[in-house]
Ligand binder design. Structure first.
Ligand code: PMV
Length: 319
């Protein structure tokens, strides 16, 4: 049974073991796996209904290119599920868009779940993650709450490793510059894969990093998780920086926050940093350390501090 209107809320996620590089740009087939945490309070809310106008209509505070990506996603769904419907889409992010805060992850996960519910497709959770992946590689991971892995098989999919309640953690997102990023991740990944001397070793060492992170999660070993996560982040940025042309998403503010977090951790505070394709820094910590981390991030270079926790269970309402 299909619905006449669906409203989906999906959360952004941040990878601890990063995805950077595609085996195939068609369908965003990743070159490696990845491992993420859902960010409970950073959400996209998407309302989807059928359009009688014979074309898709997007109501969103998004640039032309991002709207076109949503329409391409709907084109893909029409071909895959053999439907000729057009859609009315209203989508809103409650956090800065396109600034390296994973708005495409929550956005395309919400779209995938909305299309599934509106058309009554009843996709399995695994196939839902594959559909979300065709919009954005990281979106596959936003279909689930908590600790999530992308399994880099031929048709890569995401799977939950453990729910957020099994190991509560807080995340502080230090926004330094909320403007759009200089270069999108698809283009930047292409440049990295084809020009960085470090790219081959990034791909080669990746499965070991995933295994180490999963073992750390299973043992609730915060230090081990912190080490491998910071290393994966720095390795990813090292491959970008050694590309031709070099890609550098960091700003002086980014480095200042990295230094703050490193000195906190050296002093015994259970906190570590991670950074995606942008200058913002996400600080992951045990809940008892959140107040200390928050105080340490009270810096001029932090224009906004978003406090959240590991979570991200999506919600779907149909009418
Ligand atoms: O899903 P994309 O194409 O926006 O790529 C995400 C890339 C990183 O955020 C930098 C890393 C990751 O695994 O999320």
């Amino acid at each position: 049974m299909s619905a006449s209107k669906v409203i989906v809320s999906a959360a952004a996620n941040v990878a601890l073991i990063k995805y950077w590089g595609k085996a195939n740009t068609r369908g965003n087939q990743p070159a490696t796996g990845s491992l993420s945490i859902g960010l409970d309070d950073l959400r996209t809310t998407t309302t989807l209904s059928f359009s009688a106008s014979g074309s898709d209509t997007i109501h969103a505070d998004l640039d032309e290119k991002s709207c076109q990506r949503l329409i391409s996603f709907l084109d893909h769904a029409r071909v895959t599920y053999r439907v000729d419907s057009h859609f009315e889409v209203t989508t809103h992010n409650n956090f800065p868009t396109g600034a390296g805060l994973a708005s495409s992850a929550s956005g395309f996960a919400a779209m995938a779940m909305a299309v599934d519910a509106l058309l009554g497709l009843q996709l399995s959770p695994t196939d839902l993650t594959r559909l979300a992946r065709t919009g954005s590689g990281s979106a596959a991971r936003s279909v689930f709450d908590g600790y999530v892995e992308v399994v880099p098989e031929e048709d890569a999919y995401a799977a939950q490793i453990m729910p957020s309640n099994d190991w509560p953690m807080d995340v502080l997102v230090a926004v330094t510059d909320a403007g759009p990023k200089a270069i999108g991740s698809t283009e930047a990944m292409k440049i990295t894969a084809s020009t960085s001397d470090y790219y081959a070793s990034w791909v080669e060492s990746h499965a070991d990093d995933i295994a180490t992170a999963k073992a750390a999660l299973a043992a609730r070993d915060f230090e081990k998780l912190a080490d491998v996560s910071e290393q994966s982040c720095l390795k990813m940025h090292a491959t970008m920086m050694t590309s031709q042309p070099p890609i550098l998403y960091w700003r002086p503010e980014t480095l200042e926050i990295i230094e703050r977090v490193r000195s906190l951790r050296a002093g015994g505070t259970p906190a570590f940093f991670t950074i995606d394709a942008g200058p913002q820094v996400k600080v992951v910590c045990l809940p008892e350390a959140a107040a200390t981390v928050k105080d340490a991030l009270d810096l001029k270079s932090v224009s906004q501090l978003i406090e959240t926790k590991v979570g991200g269970q999506p919600t779907i309402q149909t009418a």
